[in-house]
Design a protein around this ligand. Structure first.
Ligand SMILES: [Zn+2]
Length: 160
């Protein structure tokens, strides 16, 4: 059985940005940016790199749903057009494979209980190690170098 699933940001969040051009973190009038490199504009809904020439929207996003001390807000891209959400599924998106990824694991009260940095090619081993800790409820993945949130990783197979 798969022990985890990769969950992108909610499509509804992206749709609200596309419609209102406001992110709820003080940024308004969000204008599309055209991707000018094959890498560097990863969409957080489909979890694919925007292709050169595609339009993306850059806004601030928090993966936390409530105001907790560990709550962070940071920059993310989504395709300016509607796109098909990734999964949720148990495979690691290709765009994480070639990046240095920071994993932060939180308990059910959104308190950080594990954190480390891993080569994206070896992501599963660290995810398994974190989920071996029964306190861990979910993991947030960030691009370690740029610091941007990539996706949530949720436990699917109960306690290890
Ligand atoms: Zn997309």
């Amino acid at each position: 059985m798969d022990s985890f699933r990769v969950v992108p940001i909610p499509q509804a969040v992206a749709d609200r940005i596309r419609e209102t051009r406001k992110d709820g973190h003080g940024n308004t009038g969000i204008e599309p940016t055209r991707a000018d490199a094959p890498r560097g504009f990863p969409c957080r809904v489909c979890l694919e790199e925007a292709k050169v020439g595609e339009e993306v929207l850059l806004f601030s996003y928090s993966p936390f749903e409530r105001p907790v001390p560990y709550r962070s807000v940071g920059p993310v891209f989504v395709h300016a057009r509607s796109c098909a959400p990734y999964g949720p599924r148990a495979s690691v998106p290709e765009l994480m494979r070639s990046r240095l990824i920071s994993l932060r694991a939180y308990d059910s009260r959104d308190r950080m209980v594990e954190c480390d940095v891993v080569d994206g090619a070896a992501l599963e081993a660290m995810v398994a190690r974190f989920f071996a800790n029964p306190e861990v409820a979910c993991i947030h993945a960030h691009n370690a170098r740029a610091g941007c949130f990539v996706c949530r990783i949720e436990r699917t197979a109960g306690k290890a």
